[in-house]
Design a protein around this ligand. Structure first.
Ligand SMILES: C[S@@+](CC[C@H](N)C(=O)[O-])C[C@H]1O[C@@H](n2cnc3c(N)ncnc32)[C@H](O)[C@@H]1O
Length: 254
């Protein structure tokens, strides 16, 4: 790893996208532009509002699986949604259980899909704090979580991670990182500086291959403070585009 990689200019999508996924992601961006045009001229609801409409209409109250299924079906059959998806979502749930985490932090909520997957695995003594900068997405997520019957152990903070992290006071034993990719390393370092990461905490980072996150991977793999392992996956809602998850265990005492 070059030393200056973590300081490189923040790049715009799609130029950091994994080569094997490049065309696929370009087609998603094209789809997104068409979607925005159609919503701008009121031909259809924004896709996130359409998902909420379907959840309101078809989900079974207090049944998280029914909410997740409606969201997954929409992403597979209608338009791409940037949730962690069903394949990586199961890996996230297994990690939550294996880590026995009690105090979890989530960076990037979108429609609350991963939030629901985390919350449905928590007992009464555990809690999740999530941060989302987009107010509209946060409102939709809140409603999805409420319909799932999972609002109890959850706090959703609306704002940018860079502003909210410095206000947090408790240490976390599981951190799920899934917001804008250029912030993964910056925010991890901020969490370290603020001493918000417990010894043996799990740091679970999504999309590390899709977005070529070499700076983040270089850091957690070379730092003596982390024991890091990689899980190879496909990108959400794709059978062919490569992606991966990095799970790094924080060793505070080294
Ligand atoms: C990939 S989506 C999250 C998907 C979600 N974790 C899931 O799997 O269902 C990324 C989200 O991060 C939010 N986001 C981006 N930058 C952020 C920041 N600096 N602070 C808080 N949220 C941010 C975006 O608005 C977007 O909703």
């Amino acid at each position: 790893m070059k030393n200056n990689q973590s300081e490189r200019k923040k790049s715009a999508l799609p130029f950091r996208i994994n080569k094997q996924s490049f065309l696929g992601v370009l087609s998603l961006i094209f789809q997104e532009l068409i979607d925005r045009l159609l919503t701008k001229f009121h031909f259809r609801l924004p896709k996130e509002e359409e998902v909420l409409r379907r959840v309101r209409k078809n989900a079974i109250a207090n049944d998280p699986s029914s909410v997740l299924k409606i969201i997954d079906d929409f992403a597979y059959k209608k338009t791409f949604l940037m949730n962690i998806g069903d394949e990586k979502g199961l890996i996230l749930e297994k990690a939550i259980n294996d880590s026995n985490a009690k105090n979890i932090l989530e960076l990037g909520v979108y429609l609350g899909y991963s939030t629901i997957r985390i919350l449905r695995n928590l007992d009464n003594y555990s809690k999740l704090t999530s941060i989302e900068s987009n107010k509209k997405f946060a409102e939709i997520a809140k409603e999805h979580i409420k319909i799932s019957g999972l609002s109890e152990n959850h706090e959703l903070l609306i704002g940018k991670t860079t502003q909210i992290i410095p206000t947090l006071e408790e240490k976390f034993d599981f951190i799920f990182i899934d917001h804008w990719k250029d912030l993964y390393l910056e925010d991890l370092k901020m969490l370290e500086r603020k001493k918000l990461i417990k010894h043996n905490a799990w740091i679970f980072a999504d999309n590390v291959i899709l977005f070529n996150l070499e700076d983040y991977l270089g850091y957690v793999r070379s730092s003596p403070n982390y024991q890091s392992k990689f899980i190879s996956t496909k990108r959400e809602y794709s059978k062919s585009h490569p992606d991966g998850i990095e799970i790094s265990i924080f060793k505070d005492e080294i």
